[in-house]
Each structure stands twice: as structure tokens, then as C-alpha cells.
Unconditional design. Structure first.
Length: 154
């Protein structure tokens, strides 16, 4: 078997490889520092679920809140630029839609590149994060299954 058959991602090309990236596992302290230094918010940090980005809810003592997003290692930065441009476009042309708004840094930038990641922030929408609902559902489903039983195949 040749090497390209062994690696299912080998033939995807650069546009789809980003789907295989993972969050970078930034520290709580880094998220706190980025929230303070880039957005002027000091307060509590809550890690959020993210498929490709590392996400944190930063809630300031003054009540302001944002979702801080750090791109995963190997993430296509053009895709993040497109996401930011799309959110800005919606904010300008359809402000009534309930989508997050890009929050600029204290010096007006839509994002900052930091240690190999693109860092940006969006507004917090009302409601419960999807990751919290999924975790609660998984816990309930696991409990409802009871004790796992050993399967025997003959």
C-alpha cells in the first residue's frame, strides 16, 4: 500500500486540511492576559467548547462579556479572515440578525496574531452554549444506560 492510501488526509489538499486542525490548548492565564491586554476586560474566564478554535468567555467585573477565540495550530488564517469579514458584513447590512459581532481590540484591530494563532473576539449572544447542552445530554444518556455489560460474540 502506498503512503497516500495510509494517510486519509494526504489527498485532501490545503483547503480541507484545516478541518483536521485542533485547538491549541492555551492556558487560562493566557486567555486572561489576552482579554485584559487586547480588549481591556478583567474578570472571570470560562473555557467554552470549540471544534477548531480555543474559546473562552471573558466576563468583566463591569458586566461586559466577550468570546475570545484563538485559532488552532495549522488553521488556515484566510478562513478566519473570511469569518471576520462575513460577521462584519452582516453587522453592516443586516444588523437585526442575531449573530455575534466582531469586537475590535482597544486599538481598533479586528484580530491580533499571537504565538502562531490568530486571536479575535466576538460578542456573547444570550442563551446557553451548545457545548454545555451536549455535555449535559451525554451525561444523562450515559446514566440512563446503566452499567455497561460485556458483549460476547460466538
Amino acid at each position: 500500500m502506498d503512503a497516500t492510501r495510509q494517510d486519509p488526509l494526504a489527498n485532501l489538499g490545503t483547503t480541507l486540511v484545516g478541518l483536521a486542525t485542533r485547538p491549541r490548548n492555551a492556558s487560562h492565564e493566557l486567555a486572561e492576559r489576552l482579554g485584559r491586554d487586547l480588549y481591556g476586560i478583567r474578570g472571570t474566564i470560562l473555557p467554552l467548547h470549540g471544534e477548531r478554535n480555543e474559546n473562552y468567555r471573558v466576563t468583566g467585573k463591569d458586566g461586559r462579556a466577550l468570546t475570545l477565540k484563538l485559532s488552532g495550530a495549522g488553521e488556515d488564517l484566510g478562513g478566519i479572515d473570511l469569518q471576520i469579514a462575513a460577521l462584519d458584513h452582516i453587522a453592516r447590512h443586516a444588523p437585526e440578525l442575531p449573530v455575534p459581532r466582531v469586537i475590535r481590540t482597544t486599538d481598533g484591530r479586528p484580530y491580533v496574531d499571537h504565538a502562531g494563532s490568530r486571536v479575535f473576539a466576538v460578542s456573547v449572544l444570550p442563551g446557553q452554549p451548545v457545548g454545555d447542552r451536549v455535555a449535559a445530554r451525554k451525561a444523562h444518556q450515559t446514566k440512563s444506560l446503566g452499567r455497561p455489560r460485556r458483549l460476547r460474540f460466538h
